[in-house]
Design a protein around this ligand. Sequence first.
Ligand code: PBG
Length: 347
Amino acid sequence: GRARLPNVTTAPRTTAMSAGFPNIRLRRTRASTWSRALHREVLVTPADLIWPLFVTEGHGVEDPIGSLPGVSRWSVDLVAERARDAVAAGIPCIALFPNTQPDRRSEDGQEALNPDNLMCRAIKAIKDACGESLGVLTDVALDPYTSHGQDGLIDDDGYVLNDATVEVLVGQSLNQAAAGADIIAPSDMMDGRIGAIRDALEGAGHINVQIMAYAAKYASAFYGPFRDAVGSRGLLKGNKKTYHMDPGNAEEALREVELDIAEGADSVMVKPGLPYLDIALRVKEAFQVPVFAYQVSGEYAMIEAAAAAGAGDRDALVLETLLAFKRAGCSGVLTYHALHAARLMGA
Ligand code: PBG
C-alpha cells in the first residue's frame, strides 16, 4: 500500500479573531457518515497487509498454537492453500516462519542452509500455487534452527557472535532466494548484515529480490507466543538483549535505519508495532522510505484476550489498530489478523 506522510506540526495554531467558536466547529465535518468518509485522512486496505504464516512438517496438518488463539502451524500443502486465501482476500504478501523438527536443530543452525528445508519447500509450494499474484517474504535469522534458540552463532559464554553469524545469514538468504523468496527479511539485528546480504544477492543474480530490514527491532517481551509457534521458547536461555535494541532508545533506531538504508535495504521495519508507533513515525519523517510495522504475536494475543474478556469489540479493535499504523506513516503492517481484517475490509 501507499503511505501518506502525516502532516505533524508542533507550532501553535494562529487564529484570526473572527475565526473562533462558534464560526469554527470541528464537529461539523464529523456529523454524518458521508462527511466522515470524505474527510478521513488515511485508509487501511487489504493491500496494506502482510500475513505471517507458520509452517510445520507433515501433510494435511493444522496444528493450533495455544498462546495464539486462532493461529495455526500448517503443513506445506495447507500453507499453499492459506496463500490462495490471501490472494483471494486482496493481501499482496505473506511472511513465512518454520517450526523446524527438533532433530534438525543444532548448535550452529546449519539446517537454515539446507536447500530442501521446510522453509524452502514452503516457498516453492506457495510460488507454484500463487506465482506473481503473491509476494513471499522470508525471515532470516537462526532461531528456528538453533538448539539454543538464539538468532545467531554463540561462543562458549552464550554471546551471539556478529561476524560469524552474518556469514551464515548470507548463506540462508541465498538459500531462500534460490527457492523463490521475493523479500528477504533479516530479523537478527547483527551489524553489517544488510550490506553483506545485498552484495551476495547481487553477486548471485538475484537483483530484484528485495530486502526488508528489521531495522529497529527491540528486545521485547511481546514475542512470547511467536517463540511457542516456532518452538524456540523452551530452548532459549536468557534473552536477546545483546543484539536486539533496548526499548528505551529512539535515536539509536534512527541510526539503525540510516545504516540499513545505506547498505541497500529496500524497506525498513519497526518491531513490535503499537508500543513503538513513535519510532515508526520518526523513521518515516526522517527518511521518507517505505516503513513497515510488525504487530507482533504478543500484541495479537492481547487483542484476542481483550475481546474474549468483553473489553472491546474484536473487529473494531483490529481495524482501529491497523489504521493507527497507517496514520503513523507506515506503508503496511505485518499482522496475524491479516486475513480476518482483509475480509472485514472487503465486506
Ligand atoms: C526471529 C523472529 C522473532 C519474531 C519475528 N522474527 C522472534 C524473536 O526475535 O525472538 C517475533 C514475531 C512475533 O512475536 O510475532 N528472530
